[in-house]
Design a protein around this ligand. Structure first.
Ligand SMILES: [Zn+2]
Length: 79
């Protein structure tokens, strides 16, 4: 294979661009997955707005700070 200098430079430039793009996509995907996983267990207290994580199957959780009752999955709804 006859590889000239310009071909080599082009190959290195495009190769590094592809590597950076690939790394960005992978890191973005991993970050989004981690965030959505942690958001699934996150509960924000409607009384004191304390955010905590709950891994139980209970629908009603006591806030560890003010011990108010919080319904899981409805913390974002206003009113
Ligand atoms: Zn609370």
């Amino acid at each position: 294979m006859d590889l000239s200098l310009s071909d080599f430079v082009l190959f290195v430039v495009f190769g590094s661009c592809a590597a950076v793009l690939l790394c960005a996509v992978i890191s973005r995907t991993l970050h989004a997955r981690t965030e959505s996983r942690s958001l699934a267990h996150r509960v924000v207290c409607r009384l004191c707005l304390h955010a905590f994580e709950d891994f139980t199957d209970l629908k009603v959780i006591h806030c560890p700070l003010c011990s108010a009752l919080n319904e899981k999955g409805r913390s974002r709804r206003l009113g």
